[in-house]
Design a protein around this ligand. Sequence first.
Ligand code: GLY
Length: 245
Amino acid sequence: MSSAEIRQCFLNFFTCRGHKVVPSSSLVPDDPSVLLTTAGMQQFKKYYLEPDVAERDLETRNIVSIQKSFRTSDIDEVGDDSHLTFFEMLGNFSFGGYFKKEAIELAYEFITRELSLTVDYVTIFAGDDQVSLDGESKKIWQTLGVKDVRERGRADNFWGPTGAEGPCGPTTEIYVNNLEIWNLVFNEYYCRPNKTLEPLTSSGVDTGMGLERLAMAVQGQNNIFGTDLFTPLLASLSDALPLRI
Ligand code: GLY
């Protein structure tokens, strides 16, 4: 499957399941607390606080998008097999429409049935002094037949906010070929600039899956540079700039 087919397959899968496609927002966001757009949820931040406004503005509570994103949080790993600064993020979102069960079931169906990939293991939030262990997600995965459910702490399995404040919550991550492919965030809190967490009145879903990593798994490549997202560029570069050793 080409990367163009993966994009279309993702959008089709979620539109057939009641999601509306919203185009990628600009890489330069409205949000003054960040320089560049780092996640698909960024253009939807306000809707997690006011799902009724989402319903009014978007005529739905469930969205799918492919967001141009730029991240430097893992800059030390950029240049290895699977980390980039710029990437495309496939995401589905719900603002008070559905929550953990539906989000996990949809992700599992997409990975295993649409793409015929195998889930090696998943991770869930282990809990800490502020937020308890995400036993609900663990049970949902086990019901789906995923036996290897690993518990991880805040650094790995708690996401957000983008910028100084905003929605955030525990996550569950899906690993394929031992690589983190998809992050499902369950926004249950609002993080204030002083880092205190306040429960949101309505829980929401925010997922992010890097197209380049997914293409790597689908196309059976060992690194992102072997996917069809990079090979034409690399070929034209080597034509233009022949290496002389
Ligand atoms: N917002 C989810 C993610 O970026 O992983």
